[in-house]
Design a protein around this ligand. Structure first.
Ligand SMILES: C[S@@+](CC[C@H](N)C(=O)[O-])C[C@H]1O[C@@H](n2cnc3c(N)ncnc32)[C@H](O)[C@@H]1O
Length: 204
């Protein structure tokens, strides 16, 4: 069975996937457009895996850091609707918050998301825990700094998925090492999509 059955939601997901492909093509060929923020959406396979993980642990409190245009927000809002949970999306760029809100509204999922504009290093403090599932998908340079904050809010057994973490790459290795050394966390690198790091707050 396909992950999402509703045509309204699927059409937003597919449109954003197509727009992201085009966005990447234009940036590769013409360089960054100063008038347009890059989309940098989660890879569809990673989004599907997050959707499965949320259901698998029946996550009720979900957070993402980095909404961008709202692609992963649509997936996670839909997952939160399935579990009857609450989903909060944190984004530093207020223009992107508005775009993400529009896309989530078009998918009919507004009631399942709270967007908070601001730097997640500050706004995360206002997010009530314990959290069941966190998608970390902002700038990789911030991952190590955000790790303690996230780990302290995750419940034991709660999952942390960080996108674009590639073993052997500078930046990624620091994050993987911080997780490996972390007393509360257990972690594995998963080569799906643009490569993700999947971590759990240990039960013991
Ligand atoms: C890779 S994109 C997110 C893609 C999104 N998850 C999706 O699948 O469509 C990274 C996003 O993180 C946001 N960001 C960067 N630093 C941030 C911070 N300190 N707090 C919150 N968001 C941040 C950027 O503005 C950008 O929109």
């Amino acid at each position: 069975m396909i992950a999402v059955q509703e045509e309204k939601i699927l059409s937003v997901i597919h449109r954003l996937e197509e727009e992201d492909t085009e966005d990447r093509r234009i940036r590769t060929e013409q360089g960054k457009d100063p008038n347009r923020e890059p989309m940098l959406t989660l890879h569809p396979h990673s989004a599907r895996l997050c959707h499965i993980m949320v259901q698998s642990i029946c996550a009720k409190r979900l957070v993402e850091i980095g909404s961008s245009y709202g692609y992963s927000s649509v997936w996670l809002a839909h997952a939160a609707r399935i579990t009857g949970g609450q989903f909060t999306s944190l984004e530093v760029n207020p223009k992107l918050v508005e775009i993400a809100k529009q896309n989530v509204a078009e998918a009919g999922l507004t009631d399942h998301v709270t967007f908070i504009a601001g730097d997640a290093r500050e706004t995360m403090a206002s997010v009530e825990g314990p959290l069941d599932f966190v998608l970390l998908d902002c700038w990789e340079a911030l991952y190590v700094e955000l790790l303690d904050l996230i780990a302290s809010k995750l419940r034991p057994g709660g999952l942390l998925v960080a996108d674009n973490v590639i073993p052997g790459r500078e930046g990624s290795d620091e994050y993987i090492q911080a997780l490996t050394d972390h007393p509360l966390m257990e972690t594995v690198s998963v080569p799906i999509g643009k490569e993700i790091e999947v971590s759990v707050r240990r039960l013991e």
